[in-house]
Design a protein around this ligand. Structure first.
Ligand code: PAF
Length: 291
């Protein structure tokens, strides 16, 4: 049985634990989360454990990444169950700061990655990445990790964090971990808990549409034809509003020009759409066959 993780709630306690681990030569692995942990988070922790000797998971439902009309108040919070999960998974430290610890009174310093934060989800949730980069920068300064792991499920977030780390010269390796899925293909997300039984049945059609479009682009279909078919699949599956289904360059997040992509090209397909009041996002990579 694993030892229970050390629980810390203040940056001072955290720093003392990290200082002692570093003194013993440990490489620090970090997984930031908003809690309501599922197998996707545990896969991030498993990846962090492979790449470090001492792991920290933070649980903080970050108010600055929610707009006033979004689900901050009802976002699932299961601290005790999360700690039980993290104990079983062999996490060393759980950092559970409160809002004052992350945003001390009068705090006005924010981090914004321009450009990458203004497209795709940035168009529909303009506050979102601004809040994410601000909190992740603060968490990086608190935890001082050597490596941090983020899910590819939030593909745009991962690319933005990479850019922030590059621009601010944080000495942290950023690792992307592949998306964990239910048996029917639905990407794991804490927000899947909001889906009604009926919506849960339709929810996997987004990943089906992405796979179908990826398969068509990989075998030479025009990007616009593959996306149009994918949109139809999603629209006919009970999704009420499609924010986007798009094919992008994975580094710049720019939409791909229409037409078949060049042989050997590796791109990414991203989607965001609502089932009832629940907004689902997903993405997959593709590679055009041939050379
Ligand atoms: O991906 C998430 O859960 C959050 O956006 C993160 C990175 C923990 C920041 O609050």
């Amino acid at each position: 049985m694993n030892e229970a993780p050390i629980i810390v709630r203040s940056v001072e306690e955290l720093r003392s634990v990290i200082k002692s681990a570093k003194k013993h030569g440990s490489r620090i692995g970090f997984v930031p989360t908003m809690g309501a942990l599922h197998a996707g988070h545990l896969a991030l922790l498993a990846r962090a454990k492979q790449m470090s000797d001492f792991t920290v998971v933070s649980i903080f439902v970050n108010p600055t990444q929610f707009a006033p009309n979004e689900d901050f108040d009802v976002y699932p919070r299961h601290e005790a169950a999360d700690i039980t999960c993290l104990t079983a998974a062999g996490c060393d430290v759980v950092y559970l700061p409160d809002v004052k610890e992350i945003y001390p009174a009068g705090s006005t310093t924010n981090v914004r990655v321009e450009g990458l934060s203004d497209v795709l989800d940035g168009v529909y949730r303009p506050h979102f990445f601004y809040g994410v980069t601000t909190v992740v920068a603060r968490l990086f300064i608190h935890v001082q990790p050597d490596v941090a792991v983020f899910g590819e499920k939030d593909y745009q977030q991962l690319q933005i964090i990479r850019r922030m780390v590059r621009d601010l010269k944080f000495d942290i390796d950023i690792v992307g971990a592949s998306t964990q899925r239910e048996a029917d293909g639905l990407a794991l997300s804490s927000r899947n808990a909001y889906l009604s039984a009926q919506d849960r049945i339709s929810a996997n059609r987004m990943s089906f549409a992405l796979h179908r479009a990826a398969c068509r682009i990989s075998t030479g279909a025009k990007v616009s034809d593959a996306l149009a078919e994918g949109q139809t699949i999603i629209a006919q599956s009970g999704f009420s509003k499609i924010d986007y289904l798009t094919a992008i360059d994975p580094g710049t997040l720019e939409p791909l020009p229409d037409g078949p992509v060049a042989a050997g090209y590796r791109g990414r397909l991203l989607a965001a759409a609502y089932l009832g009041n629940t907004r689902l996002i997903d993405n997959i990579g593709f590679e055009r066959s041939g050379s």
